[in-house]
Design a protein around this ligand. Structure first.
Ligand SMILES: Nc1nc2c(c(=O)[nH]1)N[C@H]1C(S)=C(S)[C@@H](COP(=O)(O)OP(=O)(O)OC[C@H]3O[C@@H](n4cnc5c(=O)[nH]c(N)nc54)[C@H](O)[C@@H]3O)O[C@H]1N2
Ligand SMILES: Nc1nc2c(c(=O)[nH]1)N[C@H]1C(S)=C(S)[C@@H](COP(=O)(O)OP(=O)(O)OC[C@H]3O[C@@H](n4cnc5c(=O)[nH]c(N)nc54)[C@H](O)[C@@H]3O)O[C@H]1N2
Ligand code: SF4
Ligand SMILES: [Mo]
Length: 745
């Protein structure tokens, strides 16, 4: 860490923004980030970056960023000291929790999944509160995929990722990695990797209702009708079944229900699904044959095929397609990474909770819990419905639920209705404007980084850690300490030193690490003495993990110190087959026909016979945004990027012209946007970007409030969900589009 902060210095820093985890170099002039550039020596990301990562300096220096705690003062906020802010929380929060722990909800947003502090210290806070009202973006993002994976392989987080660098045939469904940089596949520089696939003669097929940037570089783009991926995938497997192409190879010894799964796809032939999918039956047959014939092939699904009507069945069938063609767990297929700090795929199975789903239900709608959380679609009703267990207070940790949850009007009504709300966040935005107290996180330069979650999705086994570049300055409180102080307040011990609470958290982690590594407790304590906070917890995980030094027992094994000496990371090589060792199902085998998923097939059959809506809406992402929160710090292209994209036929049928201001109405609400007519959209499908709508009172986001964009989540219905997981239907819900005004010519 730098102690002399007067000089210009350069330090390695992993980008915390998206799943690509690029290695960057921060140049500091004193404490100020003066430039950010890609780190060419990073063993994994090798100089890859994007405009967002290179804009981290602008983010750090954004004058709108909150740097001092704020306490509500009427309609506004006043700056406060940390002691004042914690005192206010201490006065107001504990009585609400004392009345009912479940009345305090916790929402931990997307950045929390990237940073070490919340990864380690949110759970102690949740335990201190004792609440079951825990929310995160998982239920509006990956959940159907987690669910299908959990049923098949025994863990929701441990997924097989496309071995993109070795595959011969990549089938991408509902993902636009050239913009998003990939999801549940950590493959930095994915554009380059896709180019390499094609250069070595491989094939890229993209299934997306929009001709995205990724679709543009594909060999084949299938403009599917939204919400119908499950039908397409069932049909692909049906071709493999009826044409005798199934060849699971070595997987045969580990799977149950192979014949059953092949049989149940038989009714979903290409001819039966062609119309609903909007894809020619011959094309479906050809893809199935090519996929089966390829040396190696892999199907990969994400956002567009998760947050839709049949997300769980679609994601189940992605795995089935990979399995029946023998592509699971082989090079060039779908493979399980080894997370260097360990995780559900390296730890022993938990015999008490083999499946972390449906262990309890939400109060109002009786929705099943998933991975310790209540689905986000339940949040507003849990606040607005009176009765025992009603949510009355909320702690947010890096989340903007007023823009990320479906039905924003209901969500904002709920936020306004709370008795008390604390936000740990650096912006006064659409969510935090409802807070009573806002606690700002410290600058990135003061934090160490290791992607605990995303290492589960790495396309190569690597271990990396970038250390803090600066000590926090007076007035900056590390996020882990904020979380522990909140835990102390909730426990009625507001004066308890953070160091003691940290030791308590570490004691549990030390016990676990000793058990995993097969060491004596004393050896573990001795080996990690001198470290505190997230660094100690990470060291415990790395050293008891798959490459770990087992606290001295394996000389040269992985430790945090080794990573500190190697800020460009350590490469452990390409992904290796892991079945059966990776399986965490109760019997250690893969059941291809889980009852819960089969139970959803009648709903698919019924849908085949139903009329399709005339116009449905899907979402898109943008290069310079990160969900709702980079629009202020980074200069954005013209407002056209927020336009509603519509196919020329749909526009003509509505007598609309390019540039018209249009009203987009759904069952829930209506928003206004500029119209962009483009044949990149499939007929019958329009698209809006997600994360906009920086409007209304009380924002301190000068730049984005000046060009607010339309909030797509005002349109999303929170009552219509994918029934197995409660995931919302962001993609493929009916809308009406009408002209508001015509541009002046
Ligand atoms: N620049 C940028 N990068 C990001 C983010 C960001 O906001 N901006 N967000 C990050 C986050 S949190 C995530 S989760 C990832 C998500 O990353 P991705 O999974 O790549 O998600 P999107 O880019 O939203 O692409 C989803 C695609 O699905 C398509 N689609 C819609 N409906 C359907 C359907 O029914 N079937 C099929 N097959 N396709 C459909 C849409 O047209 C869209 O092109 O991106 C991450 N990276
Ligand atoms: N309609 C629609 N809705 C969607 C999606 C979609 O595609 N369509 N995508 C969904 C997905 S995939 C996701 S992941 C969610 C995202 O949902 P959220 O996580 O709720 O939303 P973000 O916009 O990522 O907000 C991140 C917040 O964290 C703050 N922040 C950033 N860094 C830090 C930090 O280091 N510490 C702290 N304390 N705060 C920080 C930012 O200021 C911002 O307020 O949105 C979901 N919602
Ligand atoms: S691709 Fe993702 S991780 Fe890489 S620099 Fe851009 S935002 Fe950061
Ligand atoms: Mo996400």
């Amino acid at each position: 860490m730098l102690t002399d902060t007067s000089a210009t210095t350069v330090g390695a820093r992993i980008c915390p923004l998206c799943e690509a985890t690029c290695g960057l170099l921060f140049e500091l002039g004193g404490r100020t980030v003066t430039s950010v550039r890609p780190n060419p020596d990073d063993v994994f990301t090798a100089g890859h970056s994007c405009a967002k990562g290179l804009g981290l300096g602008q983010l750090e220096n954004d004058p709108d960023v909150i740097r001092t705690p704020l306490i509500r003062d009427g309609d506004d906020f006043r700056e406060a000291t940390w002691d004042e802010a914690f005192a206010e929380i201490g006065r107001r929060l504990p009585p609400i929790i004392a009345a009912d722990p479940n009345s305090c909800a916790v929402y931990s947003g997307n950045p929390a999944a990237h940073h070490l502090d919340p990864s380690f210290y949110t759970l102690p806070l949740i335990s201190a509160i004792g609440t079951r009202n825990v929310y995160s973006p998982a239920s509006i993002d990956t959940l159907p995929k987690n669910y299908a994976n959990a049923l098949l392989y025994g863990t929701g987080l441990g997924m097989a990722v496309p071995d993109i660098d070795r595959t011969s045939y990549l089938l991408i469904l509902g993902s636009n990695p050239l913009v998003s940089n990939g999801s549940t596949v950590t493959a930095p520089g994915i554009g380059r990797r896709l180019e390499a696939l094609r250069e070595r003669g491989g094939t890229l097929v993209v299934v997306d209702p929009a001709r995205t940037r990724t679709a543009e570089v594909a060999d084949l783009h299938l403009a599917i009708r939204p919400g119908t991926d499950a039908f397409l995938l069932l049909a692909l497997v049906s071709v493999i079944a009826t044409e005798g192409l199934a060849a699971p190879g070595r997987l045969t010894g580990y799977v149950d229900g192979l014949d059953d799964v092949l049989r149940l796809t038989e009714q979903f032939t290409p001819d039966a699904v062609a119309e609903i999918c909007g894809i020619d039956a011959d094309v479906i047959r050809r893809i199935a044959r090519d996929f089966a014939a390829a040396d190696s092939a892999v199907a990969h699904s994400r956002m567009g095929s998760c947050t839709q009507e049949f997300g769980s069945v679609a994601n189940w069938m992605v795995e089935i397609l990979n399995i029946v063609t023998g592509n699971l767990d082989r090079p060039g297929g779908a493979m399980f990474p080894v997370p260097p700090a360990g995780g559900p795929t390296t730890w022993p199975a938990n015999p008490k909770a083999p499946l972390v789903f449906d262990r309890w239900r939400s109060r109002v709608r009786n929705m099943p819990e998933a991975m310790g959380e209540i689905p986000a679609v339940c949040f507003a009703e849990e606040v607005l419905t009176p009765g025992p267990g009603q949510v009355r207070s909320l702690i947010t940790i890096s989340g903007n639920l007023a823009r990320s949850f479906p039905n924003s009007h209901a969500v904002e009504a709920a936020l306004a209705d709370l008795e008390f709300m604390v936000c740990i966040d650096g912006y006064l935005n659409e969510t935090t404007r409802y807070a009573d107290v806002i606690l700002p996180p410290p600058p990135l330069t003061t934090r160490g980084h290791h992607d605990l979650a995303l290492t589960h999705f790495q396309v190569r086994n690597v271990a990396r850690y970038t250390a803090p570049l600066l000590e926090p300055s007076p007035g900056q409180v590390p996020e882990w300490q904020i979380l522990l102080r909140l835990a102390a307040i909730v426990r009625g011990e507001p004066e308890r030193p953070v160091t003691e609470l940290d030791d308590e958290v570490a004691t549990t982690a030390i016990r676990r690490a000793a058990k995993l590594a097969g060491c004596e407790l004393d050896d573990v304590v001795r080996a990690t003495a001198g470290r505190t906070g997230p660094q100690r917890l990470l060291d415990l995980r790395l050293r008891s993990g798959p490459y770990g030094d087992r606290f001295g027992a394996v000389p040269g094994g992985l430790t945090l110190e080794l990573l500190e000496r190697n800020p460009n990371g350590i490469d452990y090589g390409p992904l290796q087959p892991r079945i059966p060792e990776v399986l965490r199902t109760p019997n250690g085998r893969i059941n291809l026909v889980p009852d819960a998923l089969i139970a959803d097939l009648p709903r698919l059959r019924d849908t085949l016979a139903q009329p399709v809506p005339e116009l449905v809406l899907v979402n898109r992402r943008q290069r310079r945004g990160m969900n709702s929160w980079l629009h202020n710090a980074l200069p954005q292209p013209d407002t056209g990027q927020c336009a509603l994209f519509m196919n020329p036929f749909d526009a003509a049928a509505r007598n609309l012209v390019d540039g018209d201001t249009v009203r987009i109405a759904s069952k829930t609400s209506a928003v206004v946007a500029e119209l962009r007519i483009t044949d990149a959209m499939r007929q019958g499908v329009v698209s809006l970007p997600h994360g906009w709508g920086h409007d209304g009172r009380g924002l301190r986001t000068t730049r984005s409030a000046a060009a607010p964009g339309a909030n797509v989540n005002a349109l999303v219905d929170d009552t219509v969900v994918e029934p197995l997981t409660g995931a919302p239907i962001f993609n493929g819900f009916p809308v009406d589009v009408t002209r508001v005004e015509r541009p002046q010519s």
